[in-house]
Design a protein around this ligand. Sequence first.
Ligand SMILES: NC(=O)c1ccc[n+]([C@@H]2O[C@H](COP(=O)([O-])OP(=O)(O)OC[C@H]3O[C@@H](n4cnc5c(N)ncnc54)[C@H](OP(=O)(O)O)[C@@H]3O)[C@@H](O)[C@H]2O)c1
Length: 288
Amino acid sequence: MAENLLAQNLFSLRGKVALVTGGGTGLGKMISKAFIKNGAKVYIASRNKKNLQEAAIEMNSLGGPGECFPITADITIKEECEKIANKISERENGKLDILINNSGMAIVNPLKEIPEKSWNKVYKLNVISVYFMTIACLPLLEKASNAPEDPSRVIIIGSVAGEIEGDIKGIDIANRTSLVYNTSKAAVNSLARNLAVYLTPCGVNINVIAPGVIPSPINAKFLNKKLVIEEIPQGRLGNEEDIAGTALYFASRAGAWVSGAIFRVDGGILLRGKELGREYAIATKSKL
Ligand SMILES: NC(=O)c1ccc[n+]([C@@H]2O[C@H](COP(=O)([O-])OP(=O)(O)OC[C@H]3O[C@@H](n4cnc5c(N)ncnc54)[C@H](OP(=O)(O)O)[C@@H]3O)[C@@H](O)[C@H]2O)c1
């Protein structure tokens, strides 16, 4: 009895079809692996064909129960977003249950010399492609939806950078700023909340996962782990389980009644009063 409340059922993705952009590296790969382990068929899409194929082979060797298929595409080109959606539609009877808009890029520039090229490149991938990818997949998501009980899902991988003014200590960017990246991630928060107004009544829920710092190719060059950890009240960087657990919640029956949320998974890096908290912990020898 009450089998519906077992974690293995509430968080299951058995029979679901997912598309993860940038699913061949970093956070996208962590999420794809978790989806495959929990039963989903996962399409991973990005530009680097070789890397995608290798990632798919690796993930298909995990023993299922789900499986992985690579699609090579540049999602900054609207027609390529449509190509991805058409391929999935042909193979999956016009249906897609979960879209993870994960592909993204970071850039750092001197504050007074940010070239137009930086603005255009970052906004094209981090914001505009999220819109076109979502719209291209919308008919598939609507067809797959079991709303209101279990709607289709769009999940955007935003960032705590979308709520930050300035740069995180320990991201070593030598007198440059990630202002362009930060503002692009603030923009996708707004994009998600706006889309949620229109898509939720159509049976497609949309949410943002805003991660803190998780070692991956995007930050490999900039990350001073020791300094960043000092900024995180919980005292550690994020990892595969942290991002995978959050994505599973938003994609499965467990998160079916959430839309328009911006959800931080960051070890508390944006919490105010953390210095006071640390002083208190030292004074009382408590770990709080
Ligand atoms: N790691 C962190 O600490 C962190 C924190 C907060 C948010 N995030 C966000 O997490 C997401 C994933 O980043 P990551 O950390 O996993 O770094 P990553 O490994 O560098 O991931 C970026 C992905 O985007 C894909 N991509 C880049 N340009 C593309 C294009 N034109 N078309 C299609 N795909 C493209 C890349 O694949 P190809 O090169 O094959 O195209 C790659 O798989 C990003 O949105 C990032 O902003 C990361």
